[in-house]
Structures are given as structure tokens and as C-alpha cells.
Design a protein around this ligand. Structure first.
Ligand code: SF4
Length: 464
């Protein structure tokens, strides 16, 4: 591991914006946040995967993976992050190194690949990702990127997060560090307004950003840069001129928010786009901070008026489902922040939460969840649930539907119970007021799908 990578990781482990991190002793902090894995348990994505997930939604740049082809294959666009402009981000570029590169080093091949991309596609920038093998053979991607930038006159950004550096979450942060070191603050926007904000940690999965953008447009609030969903290089490079930063309910790239506050004095807050009241609260926070940083005070009134209209419209549309769904019991198996933001949304739809996983949630996430669930919250918060326990819960009909990621879908299907995908691989967008209506509609469609009646009929050979 190069010294600079070691130093970078140590830097990322010092995070003033994370309460959990601040509460640790110096010794504990140095160890990072990685938990010892259980032998045999799936480890989740590597650091490279995390960096790629965080940055690939910047849609107009070429993302070049320096390493064996499988690294790119593993991480390629598995999240349906949508773009309204360029599609180059979805092209899988890799140096696909071979045995000779391992012996002699792959720097030349990397340099040639950058040149080929620039000649054929002419993107505004190329992001170069380090992987395990090329890091181990000692390829210096920073030096190659610097040389290529000088030679071709285009930003070539090294993303030094080889897989062995740690887990996916660390990779998110190392990806964010690459933006802080080489991108943010390197360009100036054509113009600025008192209504400019950045949205950080929003990946525009299935186009969720577009469910929120019309609300901001209606208030005259401009997304100067979204990091990184539907992103443009130029916008990210000029993000330092925003008045306010919003962290989208996730600590994955909190280092961007804290460092932008230190460097450019941009205040930030953590908000959520999931659920009606959370969406309204987020709009209020944005308006409040913009007014504090110099926007005209009438923004506050305009925001309240918009919230009133939008909430009324959403409630009206939810009402028809609310009757059908009232009292339906939901088992929610997801991670981190979604444990509270989605719980609030489901309660608004009249449903009862029989259990929600808090395995990946932070202390603050758990506190928020306790507030939302009220009395007896602890009984519904599940630290770790085995597939067997999930299956038993569904089979005994203690839950009417399970909302989870794709990996646990087969548990629900085996129990012949409805299931809805709410993790990053989902195919429906659930953000903002519109997204909440869509979520309730999809739950209703899943629960009342006639297929469940049919699959529960015993098979003729079973009866015999
Ligand atoms: S762990 Fe290393 S080799 Fe495996 S995908 Fe990640 S970067 Fe590639």
C-alpha cells in the first residue's frame, strides 16, 4: 500500500461530521469502521467498487478501470443510475491487464488507454480507477494521470481506492476524496445565484432526482451540482460556489460536505427525499439555510405554500391505497438510513411495521427510528436476521409483505409471500411526493397480485 493511500485512509478515518467517529478514542479511530468478517460470510463490495459506485453516475466522463477485466465487470453500472445527457458513463472502459503487464508494470498500457479514449470519445475528463493487482505491482496511477493531463490538456483524475484498501463504504469516501483533491474548485460556474445548492450522495437511481428537481425548480432553487447523480464534470468542478450543501440521508460521502464547509464555508445539513414529511422537512431546511446565506426571505413563505399544495395532492392520491393497505404488516430488511426514512414513509401509507433491520444503521439512524416508531420501538428493531428467521416470519404470516434488497427476495418467494425491491437495484423511483405515491402503489400491487392466491394452492402431486 503506497504511503499516500495509507495517509488518505487515515485522513478519512478522522471525520468531524460523524458522531460515531468523533466519540471514538484515537486508537479506535485509527482502526477504522471495518468489522471483522465472519469466515464464510459474503463480504460485500470492495473499496474500488465503492469508489466506482460513488463516481460512475457522473455521466459525461469516461470511467477507466486500470486492472483485470473482471473488476470492471463486477462493478459496471449495477445501480440503474440515470442520465439526462451523455451516456458515456455506461461504457465499460478497462485496461484489461495481462500477465506481461503484471511482470513489467501496466503504466504504459494505462497511458495508451487514456489517449485512445480521448481520441475516440473526447469526454471532458477521464477518471482512472486503481484496482488490487495494479496497486500490488506498483503502478503509480497518480503519476500517469498527471503526465496524461499535461500531455493532452484534459483533467485525468486518479481514483486511488484499490479493493484491498477496505470495504465499499471506505471506497465511497476515497472516491469522494478524489473529487476533493482534483475536481471540486477547479472551474468557475458561468453565473451564480443566491439559490444555488449542491446535493451530495444522491445517485439518481432510476431517476429519483427527477422526482425532486421539479419541486426545487418551482421555488427557483438551482441544483448547481449533484454529486454524483446525473452529474456533469463541469458542474462538479464548480460545486464550490453553491450556498448550501445537502447530504442525502447517507454518510457515504460526508467528507465532501465537511471539507467543503472547512474550505469554502458552505453550510450543510442531512436530509431525506423519502416520505412526505421528510420531503417537506428537507425543502424547509434548504429554504432556511438559503435565506441564512443571503437569499430573499420570501423563499420561506413560498416553500410553505408549495409544501401545502404538494402534500395535499400526495395525500389525496395515497388515500385510495391507504384504505386497502391500512393495517398491512410490513417487514423491512434494508440498511442504514433507509431504516428510518422508509419507515416514516410506510407509516404515512397506513401500514404497520413488524420489523426493521438496523444492522447497518448508525447511532443517529437508530435514534431517529426510535422517535418514529414510538413506544416499543426496540422490539421492532432487528439487529441481524437470518434468512431462516425471515422465512419463519413470512410463513407464519406475521408479515404481509417484505421490502428488501434483491438478495433476500428468494426467502419471500419461498414463503410464497409478496416482496418488493427497495434497495439500489430497484426498478421504481420512490423519492419526493410523487415517489411516495408510487411506493404505496407498488406495495399495493405486490400484496394484491393474484399470483399469490395461485402459488399457494397446493400442487396436485402434493395433495396426492
Ligand atoms: S477486490 Fe480487488 S480484484 Fe476484486 S474487484 Fe475489488 S479491486 Fe478488483
Amino acid at each position: 500500500m503506497s504511503v499516500s493511500l495509507k495517509a488518505k485512509i487515515a485522513e478519512v478515518f478522522e471525520e468531524p461530521g460523524c458522531d460515531k467517529n468523533v466519540a471514538k478514542s484515537d486508537k479506535e479511530r485509527k482502526k477504522g469502521c471495518t468489522k471483522q468478517l465472519n469466515p464464510g460470510a459474503a463480504a460485500g463490495g470492495c473499496a474500488f467498487d465503492g469508489a466506482k459506485i460513488a463516481l460512475q453516475p457522473i455521466a459525461d466522463v469516461a470511467h477507466l478501470v486500470h486492472g483485470p477485466i473482471a473488476c470492471e465487470g463486477n462493478s459496471w453500472d449495477n445501480r440503474h443510475s440515470a442520465s439526462s445527457h451523455s451516456q458515456i458513463y455506461r461504457t465499460g472502459f478497462t485496461t484489461d491487464i495481462n500477465e506481461l503487464d503484471v511482470i513489467y508494470g501496466g503504466e504504459k498500457r494505462l497511458f495508451k488507454s487514456i489517449r485512445e479514449i480521448l481520441e475516440k470519445y473526447d469526454p471532458p475528463a477521464v477518471f482512472v480507477y486503481q484496482t488490487c493487482v495494479t496497486a500490488l505491482v506498483g503502478d503509480d496511477i497518480e503519476a500517469v494521470c498527471q503526465r496524461a493531463s499535461e500531455k493532452f490538456g484534459k483533467p485525468i483524475i486518479p481514483v486511488n481506492a484499490p479493493g484491498f484498501a477496505g470495504p465499499k463504504n471506505l471506497g465511497n469516501k476515497l472516491g469522494a476524496e478524489a473529487l476533493l483533491d482534483y475536481v471540486i474548485g477547479t472551474m468557475e460556474p458561468e453565473f451564480t445565484t443566491p439559490y444555488d445548492i449542491n446535493i451530495i450522495g444522491e445517485y439518481n437511481l432510476v431517476g429519483e432526482l427527477w422526482q425532486v428537481k421539479p419541486l426545487l425548480d418551482a421555488l427557483g432553487i438551482r441544483i448547481l451540482s449533484c454529486i454524483s447523480g446525473d452529474g456533469r464534470y463541469e458542474e462538479v468542478a464548480s460545486a464550490h460556489r453553491a450556498k448550501v450543501n445537502m447530504m442525502v440521508c447517507s454518510k457515504s460521502m460526508i467528507n465532501i460536505a465537511t471539507k467543503m464547509e472547512q474550505r469554502w464555508g458552505i453550510p450543510y445539513f442531512e436530509g431525506s427525499f423519502y416520505g412526505i414529511s421528510d420531503m417537506s422537512e428537507t425543502l424547509r431546511m434548504i429554504a432556511k439555510l438559503l435565506v441564512q446565506t443571503g437569499a430573499p426571505a420570501d423563499l420561506l413563505d413560498r416553500t410553505e405554500r408549495l409544501i401545502e399544495v404538494e402534500e395535499a395532492r400526495a395525500w389525496k392520491r395515497i388515500a385510495e391505497y391507504k384504505q386497502k393497505l391500512a393495517g398491512k404488516r410490513v417487514l423491512l430488511i434494508t440498511g442504514g438510513v433507509k431504516s428510518w426514512s422508509v419507515v416514516a414513509a410506510l407509516q404515512e401509507g397506513g401500514m404497520e411495521i413488524v420489523g426493521t433491520s438496523v444492522k447497518k444503521s448508525t447511532k443517529e439512524d437508530k435514534e431517529k427510528l426510535k422517535d418514529i416508531l414510538g413506544d416499543g420501538a426496540d422490539a421492532h428493531m432487528i439487529d441481524d436476521m437470518t434468512p431462516r428467521e425471515m422465512y419463519a416470519m413470512l410463513r407464519d404470516a406475521r408479515a404481509d409483505i417484505m421490502l428488501s434488497g434483491g438478495r433476500s427476495q428468494f426467502v419471500a418467494l419461498k414463503a410464497r409471500m409478496p416482496w418488493l425491491d427497495i434497495n439500489q437495484e430497484r426498478h421504481h423511483a420512490y423519492a419526493g411526493y410523487v415517489g411516495m405515491v408510487d411506493l404505496v402503489r407498488e406495495i399495493s400491487r405486490a400484496i394484491f397480485n393474484p399470483v399469490w392466491q395461485q402459488v399457494r394452492i397446493p400442487a396436485p402431486w402434493g395433495e396426492a
